[in-house]
Design a protein around this ligand. Sequence first.
Ligand code: FE2
Length: 420
Amino acid sequence: MEKAPDPDLGTELIPKERYTSVEFMRLEQERMWRRVWLLAGRESDIPTPGDYFTFELGSESILVVRQESGVIAARYNVCRHRGNRLREPGLGHAAAFPCRFHGWVYDISGGLEFVPDAETFPQGVNKETLGLRELQCDTWGGFVWISMNPDAEPLREYLGMIPGHLDPYHFEAQSIINDVTLEVDCNWKTCVDAFNEAYHVQSTHPGLMHYSDDVNVQIDVYEKHSRFLYPLAVVSPRLPTPKEIPEPIRELFLRGSGIDPDNFKGTLEDVRPAIAKSMREVIGPAMGIDLSELNDDQLVDDYHYTIFPNITLNIHARGAWVFRHRPHPQDPNKMFFDFYNLLRAPNADSARPPHEQHKSSEYSLSVIPGGDVLDEDMYNLPRVQAGMSSHSYEGLFLGSQELRIRHFHRTLDGYIEKGI
Ligand SMILES: [Fe+2]
């Protein structure tokens, strides 16, 4: 809960070219994406040896594979012979990875197993050195993380304060209940920025003001990562204090946490403590989850974290929304927004839903509870990108409510300026 000291990050414009130029996109690829740790997927998607998923990041495609030993390993999804991609994007099971092009075969640990007509390579086919190229791979929170940087610091070190803050939520015990990717007409950072401040709530999400406090938002920035603590089940101080408990607080929060709003005798101020109590005494036991590691605010609020560079977490006691912002392979004006909706419900026995991919402009996230708020964000993104492309626009003019955006760009600049 402790507030981190606010650094002085200045008041300069954030130059807009980084959102629109192919040159900056290339710098990011070489100097940032290849050096950080990246969330590649969920451990639970590959329980058995030979299970794999691909992770597509810009021009790279990576195979993440459960090994015979049970550990998870990552290899580039690229045949060493002529560069063919071995597997299409997605989730699957493989006894081996044969290349369709000429029939080279790799085993699930990435070793080169078979080369047709090997004697016709006068240079020799050294199976020891021609395995699939390996990447660093580790796990935290039920997520698989990879790094293309052979010299990257250990994952735990990279994550810094994140495990200490977020282990009590037990992401490793959460299940995927929605898995959607949207292709959006904006730069990946346009999307990261859009979730890094609550300043836009009053204009973009006026409905949210009836059940959240967009003013008293604690902002904390750390070495690479950041967060804000976003209070829920209250009314925004920008609105007049209501005489009655507003409808969304009655329905979403009281009823949603097992309290009948018609029998609730308290005032608006009593709602948050009542929710925390009911979460501990009714919802936790009913769902079969132990909430004792979470404090009362964590049982009500949205603890909102950004893990540099491209992960946004909206975290609640019972689950989390995980957003992953991925760059397009060629176009700085496009990106992929991956959305995992996670639920901590050991008693539920619903199967993992299939991954869906849509164009953002043709799909509504309102099929997911709360997703109507995300639709409001998604509506803005291509319009922000289009406006930034105007020669008249110079860069982001940020206020103190947008400190996390400034901090994110400072961290990015650290990678870009350090060079290769
Ligand atoms: Fe928003």
